[in-house]
Design a protein around this ligand. Structure first.
Ligand SMILES: NC(=O)c1ccc[n+]([C@@H]2O[C@H](COP(=O)([O-])OP(=O)(O)OC[C@H]3O[C@@H](n4cnc5c(N)ncnc54)[C@H](OP(=O)(O)O)[C@@H]3O)[C@@H](O)[C@H]2O)c1
Length: 358
């Protein structure tokens, strides 16, 4: 990745500290290949507004949403505020962990030097501006890298489990169990007392078992709808199974929570399946639903509790340095990731594989 200097990319320089610039990933055009559209550069630090928190980013992380925001696909994502013709934000990073550098006059919940984690925009950078409503104090037992893995994937998984109204003893199927959202969903469903079956590729079965799954199905060899088991809840996170198959695997009053599933569709990106599920649900006894995750501090606090009491541990596959953010996203796109991929924003270091997150 090349380094270039561009001036005044976003807003005036921050007034605190000596240097007023920072290293950051920048993106000027939408595109599906991270190596083509992302570059490391030196830009002015963002300014902190009255209701903002300026975070010195120590680590960020990658998820499917990172790719969607980077590629501008499916197209509706551009209408969701990310820029119609070109990216609105400095880069597609959406997760962070770091220390508070400065707070606006209207911010009362955070102070400089607080260690925080949460969601923001442009987080593949040394500094990012965050909305305090999307930040929480970092779990005490996690490194910055571990905490950066949590926000979007963890909050999505928590909300999926909550929407499934999972009760202790229920049978829960999690598709996409080896991915970012799925690795949290398996652990949170287990913490709710469910009997969890994870669906993933054979190569990642051990990893899903290590998250606590009671059973693991290899999607290339076993059809979750064909065995004798019927599930009370299905958290459908990966694989895009047809609704008919998902319904066959549910109990007569089972609940299906469609959370994700990648397609090549540039226009709808699989949301047609979600719309059909919501309409069909009106006419049958099974409950079929979907949702868009709400990014909020209250759920970060719930996750912090689950992490600090040992119920949930982020599964981190690999950590890349900031100047290899493109390689981090490529690792996800190649389907090699086991759990989460982190981008370390400390001074440059080589990529490292790690199973440990604390
Ligand atoms: N609703 C929301 O608000 C919301 C929020 C965040 C994310 N999402 C969506 O949730 C989905 C997952 O995101 P993520 O970040 O967790 O992605 P990810 O890390 O790439 O995980 C996706 C997982 O899907 C698995 N998979 C692929 N084919 C499968 C199949 N046939 N059956 C079962 N699993 C299969 C992959 O498993 P293997 O690697 O083992 O093949 C992979 O681990 C994405 O579609 C994302 O857009 C939705």
């Amino acid at each position: 990745m090349t380094t270039t200097r561009i001036d005044s990319l976003r807003g005036p320089p921050a007034e605190s500290g000596g240097s007023t610039t920072m290293r950051a990933i920048a993106q000027d055009t939408y595109g599906p290949a991270p190596e083509d559209v992302l570059r490391l550069t030196e830009v002015d630090r963002p300014a902190v507004g009255e209701h903002d928190v300026l975070v010195c980013v120590r680590a960020a992380s990658v998820d499917r949403g990172t790719w969607h925001v980077m590629a501008g696909l499916p197209y509706p994502i551009r209408l969701a505020g990310f820029g119609l013709r070109r990216p609105k934000y400095l880069n597609p990073g959406r997760n962070l962990a770091g220390t508070v550098e400065a707070v606006g006059a209207g911010v009362t919940d955070f102070r400089p030097a607080d260690e925080v984690f949460g969601m923001a925009t442009g987080t593949f950078a040394e500094y990012a501006v965050a909305d305090p409503a999307k930040l929480a104090l970092k779990p005490a037992n996690l490194s910055f890298e571990g905490a950066a893995a949590v926000p979007v994937s963890g909050v999505t998984a928590l909300q999926a489990v909550r929407r499934g109204r999972i009760q202790a003893g229920e049978k829960v199927l999690v598709t996409g169990a080896s991915g970012g959202v799925g690795s949290f969903a398996v652990q949170i469903a287990k913490a709710s007392g469910a009997e969890v079956t994870g669906v993933c590729s054979a190569a990642k079965a051990d990893m899903v078992r290590s998250l606590g799954a009671d059973h693991v199905l290899d999607y290339d060899r076993e059809d979750f709808a064909e065995g004798g088991t019927r599930y009370d809840v299905i958290l459908d996170i990966g694989g895009n199974a047809p609704l008919s198959r998902l319904r066959r695997a549910l109990t007569p009053r089972g609940r299906l929570i469609i959370t994700g599933g990648e397609t090549d569709g540039r226009l709808l990106g699989g949301s047609d399946r979600q719309i059909r599920a919501s309409v069909l649900s009106l006419f049958i006894r099974q409950k079929l639903g979907t949702f868009v995750a709400s990014e909020n501090a209250a759920d970060l606090v719930v996750l912090r509790g689950l992490i600090e009491d040992g119920s949930v541990t982020p599964a981190i596959d690999r950590t890349y340095p900031l100047d290899q953010t493109d390689a981090a996203i490529r690792h996800l796109l190649d389907g090699r990731a086991r759990g989460k991929i982190v981008v370390s924003v400390s001074p440059a270091s080589p990529p490292s594989a790690s199973g440990s997150t604390r």
